[in-house]
Design a protein. Structure first.
Length: 335
């Protein structure tokens, strides 16, 4: 019996060592998983920064600041809005794409975030691969406005002028691929005209120059243009939604003005760098949804022509982004 035990001992020792290695590996894995869970549970432990790729005063800035205020109250940490305007928002988007994916640096976006990479070959980021979708915040109609000195007072009259004088009708936007640029590009294709594009670092300055008469026209969000229209500093020719805007009920849609089927609505949203832990993304989504559900906030935005629209899940918003990216690539390839 002793001889048999001496021969069996090395096999038993090998088996025991193998079991120990497996148990050690499982313990390490559990520790790592636990560490990730603890890090997510501890979030947020310091201020959160939301980078806005547009100038202060625009719709993205307005909506983001309202959401940031509500988030700070709910998460009990300061939420800082950091404006970093540039043409088409490329600089801010690149910065956040390379930020630590820890939930402390976020990006507020509009359609331009998805459309710019389709039109700018070296945008420096991929809107799908480099970011984690969190949620949509709202959607906003756009309006085609002209400086009051422009004699044309209808969409058809403007189209006729552009056809008679190709390149004479100028339009302002915050850069190639921006929301205003895309709306104008879609409009030009439907109408069969060629307009002159004038780019700015931000939508606010573009709007100022249309009001000042340096540029003839632009597609701008109703939320930032309607006060100028009411003050007769701009004349509204048409809105881009299928139905008229409650803020400008007397202004027809582009579709009913002779371009049936035309529609272009902008959205605002929040994203995080790719690799941000799913528990943090989920908590962000839930916290923002809670903020957007507040009646006072919804009424405040509705009064400016902004419709609150929260994504059901981060994954649902991701699908929306992929669909939008495909749409804009198609538009860019057709140029």
């Amino acid at each position: 019996m002793r001889e048999k035990r001496r021969h069996r001992a090395p096999q038993q020792e090998t088996l025991v060592n193998s079991i120990r290695r497996v148990l050690a590996a499982l313990a390490i894995g559990a520790t790592c998983a636990g560490g990730t869970a603890l890090a997510s549970d501890a979030w947020p432990a310091k201020p959160i920064r939301i980078v806005v790729p547009t100038a202060a005063g625009g719709t993205v800035d307005i909506v983001t600041r309202l959401v940031a205020k509500g988030l700070a109250e709910d998460l009990r940490q300061p939420v800082i809005v950091d404006n970093k305007p540039s043409a088409s928002g490329l600089i801010a988007s690149r910065e956040v794409a390379h930020a630590q994916p820890d939930g402390y640096t976020l990006l507020a976006v509009a359609n331009t975030f998805v459309s710019a990479p389709a039109f700018v070959p070296q945008a420096g980021y991929d809107p799908i691969k480099d970011f984690e979708p969190v949620t949509q915040l709202c959607q906003i109609p756009m309006v085609l406005v002209v400086n009051p000195t422009v004699p044309e007072r209808s969409v058809q009259a403007l189209i006729e002028r552009a056809k008679a004088h190709p390149g004479e009708v100028s339009f302002a936007s915050s850069g190639t691929g921006s929301t205003g640029y895309i709306a104008a590009e879609l409009f030009s294709r439907r109408a069969g005209i060629k307009m002159l594009s004038v780019s700015y670092k931000g939508n606010s300055q573009a709007l100022v120059d249309v009001v000042g008469g340096q540029v003839m026209t632009m597609f701008d969000q109703v939320s930032t243009s309607w006060k100028y229209v009411r003050g007769k500093q701009l004349h509204a020719l048409a809105v881009t939604t299928p139905t008229r805007s409650p803020l400008l009920p007397e202004v027809p849609t582009v579709a009913e003005s002779g371009l049936p089927g035309y529609e272009d609505v902008t959205f605002n949203a929040i994203l995080a760098p790719a690799g941000t832990p799913a528990p943090i993304v989920s908590r962000l989504h839930a916290a923002i949804a809670k903020v957007l559900a507040r009646p006072a906030l919804r009424e405040q935005l509705s009064a400016q022509g902004i419709e609150v629209k929260s994504s059901e899940t981060p994954q649902a918003f991701g699908e929306y982004l992929r669909s939008a990216a495909s749409k804009y690539r198609g538009i860019a390839q057709a140029q």
